[in-house]
Design a binder for this molecule. Structure first.
Ligand code: PNS
Length: 165
């Protein structure tokens, strides 16, 4: 049985992430979508909110589970008894960073393999930052985030926009 980890910040989950979850779930036996708890970043959505949103998506699949982790990805992968990490690649601009991450992870643990899935071209422009930027300035994010989480993303964005006034 092949278990993979799909790690990320997911602040918030976008249709691009959902596309990778969907495709990874068809290729691998089990996909663990895991949210990084990063004390050095100040996300818009709390860890619990990001996990909750991902769970709303994961419930459409029998082989996708949602978790969170802190620290190094290689340690987390060991804990989960897997050596495969799945990442989405949108453009050449992603490549340099992802290449570096894949190599440092393999340097730290030579058994770790990073497998890249090319984004669906429909989502190549999409990122969590874009969703937040469009939403905070009043743009329509309906086609940018999964419908399961749209209301939660909008609620947070309204709260944030309200507190900024
Ligand atoms: O969605 P993101 O922010 O691009 O995800 C980045 C993530 C979480 C995959 C990456 O930052 C990560 O794996 N962090 C854990 C710490 C780690 O293992 N870093 C690599 C060695 S320096």
């Amino acid at each position: 049985m092949t278990t993979v980890i799909y790690p990320g910040s997911f602040d918030p989950v976008t249709n691009g992430h959902k596309d990778i979850i969907d495709r990874a779930s068809r290729v691998f036996d089990k996909v663990i979508v895991s949210v990084l708890e990063n004390p050095r970043k100040a996300p818009l959505f709390s860890l619990e909110e990001r996990v909750e949103m991902l769970r709303l998506i994961a419930r459409n699949y029998q082989n996708v589970e949602v978790d969170s982790f802190r620290g190094l990805l290689i340690d987390y992968a060991r804990q989960k008894n897997t050596n495969i990490v799945v990442k989405g690649l949108r453009a050449i601009s992603d490549f340099e960073f992802e290449f570096q991450m894949a190599l440092i992870n393999r340097k730290l643990d030579s058994r770790l393999e990073t497998m890249f899935m090319m984004t669906n071209s429909r989502y190549s422009y999409l990122s969590s930052s874009i969703v937040k930027e469009v939403g905070l300035y009043g743009g329509d994010i309906c086609e940018l985030v999964p419908r399961e989480v749209y209301h939660l993303v909008m609620r947070k964005i309204r709260e944030q926009a309200g507190s900024a006034n």
